[in-house]
Design a protein around this ligand. Sequence first.
Ligand code: 13P
Length: 250
Amino acid sequence: MSNQIRPLIAGNWKMNGDAGSFLEVEAIKDKMAANVVNADVAICPPATLLHRVSAALYESDVATGAQNCHAEAKGAYTGDISVDMVKEAGGSYVIVGHSERRDGYSESNEDVAAKASAALAGGIVPIVCCGESLDVRESGKAIDVVVEQIIASCPDFAASQEIVVAYEPIWAIGTGKTASADDVAEMHDAIRAALVERFGEQGAAIRILYGGSVKPANAAELLAVENVNGALVGGASLKADDFWGIISAA
Ligand code: 13P
């Protein structure tokens, strides 16, 4: 982890969570209040729970965010939510370009950049995701593909405000397989170099999260890697004990 960058540990609940999840939210809030935490922490629940989770975490050290947004401010976009809606529901982050949306909804780099732009214009922090498939990893082109993807997914003015990048190898998501610390180091170094080339000094300050089967048992090793500035956590963010295990590893 680069010492000068405060890590971000963000939980992506995906399409999970219900009224019972508030016990987990309260438990995380209590642990955060009772301990000194050297990381920013955020929870991104489904859109229907965002308002309630934000209210439960009001004035705590845990921020909230959405898992997606539309690039437009309003209009005839059935089923979508705008950046202002995320903000009104209390969110200060939005995940954009998750591989589950790129693959499931054919989101292109341009779509992702437009969403990230909308988030920045609206004053919330986009967490822009990238990551390669197993085929790409096995073909030896992972670094080229991911660097091209992330650069094309970040709007031009990205670094003048806060933006977060998340590297999530698709083959490591929800599979229990984690990229090795060496592979993560190589990829995060390449992403850092590309961000610095594109954004200059400001690119050196952008947080680059790792995601893909992060758990309490592997968090310390992954978070110790140079240029890993936090984690985007799926399954393990649903249980307060597991999520706390990752937060405390930071
Ligand atoms: P898992 O931690 O469940 O592998 O999910 C990672 C992820 O996709 C977070 O956005």
